[in-house]
Design a protein around this ligand. Structure first.
Ligand SMILES: [Zn+2]
Length: 396
């Protein structure tokens, strides 16, 4: 099997003073992460972040991975065993590979920092409410740093949009009195033809390992409540398995945790009603760096707005967070989408509406049933075609 080889990570000072941690990758562009100079003390000396960052690309292209520098022994073991099993259970297109390191070492003592990613979304506010703004948070669990990672979430808008969103969220971090660290990287360039949601866990986990010099615990806001945690469907969103994945990416020096699953998405959304931070809510997936409020028609905006409207609180978020017109223009079609969906957060939203006596409009359930029937017919046709193809291959 061909090998993907990386050099020991080195630090480079950028012209603006930022510190870039670079790992040369044979035959590809170097992998780099960068932080402002005031956060240099948080950077780890080891190459754990390189191993986590490049595992999926190496598995995708069927290349063994040889990491330059020191990798923590526990992490290396996990990356060679259960982590690969989990990844391949979601997508068998990822190949089993061997990961080795120039040097291995046991984990040192954990650093005292506790970090969470802060995006301004419903889930990250829920994690802040539990571990930063709550009154009785034990010191070992209290958030000490916020991060905002440029690891490919910002689509075509890329770096520009990431900066705009970071700047918009800064006031919240200032008010909380927490350092808010922008972590830039080119990790996305190493994930060609790999969807963001299918790989998000590893991109963010790599950043946390990068900061292992000062961070001993990190929180990753889960996508839903405990009853919805499950293995993702084939080729699905690996974030659904966060509660299973993050422990496997932890070491005795760095605990990665999936958080806030005690609350449903609806409870997390409604917890923002009356919150002093609600004006900074940013759930939108619209990539336009010039947008000033949430687009109010993407599926994430729609879900949040409908939750608020059913609960009778949408007015409090209009027009400074959301706009009513784009939402209302899509709303009837969105009802059909969520009623026809198997996604747990959609199902919960429909149940929530039913409990509150929400008027979905006449014919909506029938239209959703028709969408479901059409989809199941297409699925059956696909399965039949696949089975015919494999029978023909077998008879050749
Ligand atoms: Zn939106």
């Amino acid at each position: 099997m061909p090998v993907m080889i990386t050099a020991r990570p080195r630090r480079v000072r950028e012209p603006d003073g930022a510190v870039r941690v670079v790992a040369d990758v044979e035959g590809a562009e170097p992998l780099w992460f960068s932080v402002e100079s005031e956060y240099e003390a948080l950077l780890a000396e080891r190459a754990d972040h390189v191993a986590v960052a490049l595992l999926l690309p190496a598995m995708r292209y069927g290349r063994d991975l040889r990491i330059g520098g020191v990798v923590t022994d526990v992490l290396l073991h996990r990356l060679n065993h259960d982590v690969q099993g989990l990844v391949r259970a979601v997508d068998p297109g990822f190949r089993a590979i061997e990961v080795t390191a120039e040097e291995t070492a046991p984990a040192g003592p954990p650093a005292s920092g506790v970090v969470t990613g802060f995006s301004g979304g419903v889930d990250s506010f829920a994690t802040l409410a539990e571990y930063a703004t709550g009154s009785a948070v034990p010191p070992d669990l209290r958030i000490t740093h916020l991060i905002n990672n440029n690891v490919g979430a910002h689509g075509d808008g890329g770096r520009a949009l990431w900066r705009v969103r970071y700047d918009a969220l800064r006031p919240v971090a200032d008010e909380l009195g927490l350092p808010f660290i922008p972590v830039d990287s080119n990790i996305d360039a190493h994930y060609p033809q790999m969807g963001f949601m299918e790989t998000v866990t590893f991109r963010n986990a790599a950043v946390v390992h990068l900061l292992g010099g000062g961070i001993g615990r990190s929180y990753h806001a889960s996508e839903g409540t405990y009853r919805n945690i499950r293995m993702p469907p084939p080729h699905g969103d690996i974030g659904l398995a966060g509660a299973i994945t993050f422990p496997l990416l932890s070491t005795p020096a760095l605990t990665l945790e999936s958080t806030s699953s005690a609350q449903s998405r609806i409870e997390r959304t409604l917890a923002l009603v009356g919150s002093p931070y609600a004006d900074h809510l940013d759930v939108c997936i619209d990539w336009d760096p010039h947008r000033l409020v949430n687009c109010s028609h993407c599926w994430k905006c729609m879900r949040t707005m409908l939750t608020l409207e059913i609960a009778g609180h949408l007015d409090e978020f209009v027009p400074h967070v959301f706009q009513r017109a784009p939402y209302e223009a899509r709303r009837a079609a969105y009802y059909v989408e969520i009623m026809a969906s198997d996604e747990p957060n959609d199902t919960e939203l429909v149940e929530f509406g039913d409990q509150r006596g929400w008027h979905w409009g006449s014919g909506t359930r029938a239209r959703a049933a028709a969408v479901r029937a059409r989809r199941s017919m297409l699925d059956t046709a696909r399965r039949v075609r696949r089975s015919i193809r494999s029978t023909m291959r077998g008879s050749r």
